[in-house]
Ligand binder design. Sequence first.
Ligand SMILES: Cc1cc2nc3c(=O)[nH]c(=O)nc-3n(C[C@H](O)[C@H](O)[C@H](O)COP(=O)(O)OP(=O)(O)OC[C@H]3O[C@@H](n4cnc5c(N)ncnc54)[C@H](O)[C@@H]3O)c2cc1C
Length: 381
Amino acid sequence: MTSIKNKNIAIIGGGPGGLTLARLLQMRGLNIKVYERDVHRTVRVQGATLDLHYESGLKALNATGLMGEFEKHYRPGADLMTITDKHAKPLLRDTESREGADARPEIDRGPLRDILIDSLEPGTIVWNKRFQSMQRNENKWLIAFNDEYATEADIVIGADGANSKIRPYLTTLKAFFVDITVIEGAVYNAIEKAPRIMKLLNGGKIFTLGDSCTLIVSSKGDGSIAFYVGFKSEEDWAVTSGIDFTKPQEVANWFKTKFAGWSDIWLELFENAESPIIPRPQYCMPLDQDWQAQADLTIIGDAAHLMPPYAGEGVNMAMLDALELAEALTGPLFNDSLAAIANYETSMRKRAAETAAVTLQQTELMHSPNGLEEMLAFFKS
Ligand SMILES: Cc1cc2nc3c(=O)[nH]c(=O)nc-3n(C[C@H](O)[C@H](O)[C@H](O)COP(=O)(O)OP(=O)(O)OC[C@H]3O[C@@H](n4cnc5c(N)ncnc54)[C@H](O)[C@@H]3O)c2cc1C
């Protein structure tokens, strides 16, 4: 193990990456605090279901010793995919889940987060702490949060997602816009509010492609539906569109115009969505990014390698980062944290760049005029 045994480690952000890392480091007896901006743990966790991959997300989860809990909470059948055209006509339907190394078991974000939170020692997570700034004070970081709370740490790890406030302390490199905006929404009590979609979903996922646009819908264990629409746009579309995203009916009206000719089944989503519907311009970190390693600071997950969601790799990469960083910091290979962090970062950047390249290619294909045919050919092969 590197010389971090009695150091205080602050993880900023309690998403899948930060929590997995906290668990792995705490299992090895290290002093960990996670500072999370959410007010408390019961804040409703939004977002589509997550498929964990054998070689990354599941591998990391296995190392946390929490596979037993995962098996209680994952959702068999939620991985079964239906590909439809814009008229909601099913063109390909999975009939059975993939197995072994190809398995992609699905779990909702909320239960995954709960499993990880419950595995931590009480008091590990400090809620309602939005990171604001930090500065070095002798050999420590002095960290300031939203509510004038301040604390010290020997090592800071940024796991604070796409708009990381920790990343700028390592690099000035910024993500680039990938010409796609995603609009993300949720429908609660979907069996009543979106019955036709629920029937089509059949407990799984829908991928719909047409007119260079995508619509991805997934059913969740709490009876809700998560959905996101992707389309080519200017970077500032969410502002220039003039849509008030707190008013789902305004988004539904936009959908009717932009997606003219699509089945009206899809309106079940927009007309019943919870407010607000969230527009998310899509970004990707540069594939050739590099920075100078620091002995007391690093980043994991989206903070390090944000990419569009179309290959389903974001959570998997974040959890694998956590595993590789934990192994570098606590394994036998490195004597000091600088060497451990430098090694982790070099291999993380290479792996993330390879994954991002595939993701960008897939994102482009899915939002091209032949997106539907390409997707069908991909899955048939
Ligand atoms: C619409 C959509 C669909 C997606 N679908 C998939 C999918 O199917 N599969 C997949 O693998 N990935 C998917 N992703 C990507 C995935 O959500 C991310 O890659 C993943 O959540 C990254 O994990 P993380 O822990 O790095 O960051 P996050 O999950 O973003 O977690 C960051 C945490 O830090 C906290 N935080 C942020 N700022 C601060 C601050 N200043 N101070 C303190 N705390 C802070 C946040 O509240 C949050 O809890 C999708 C993303 C989107 C937008």
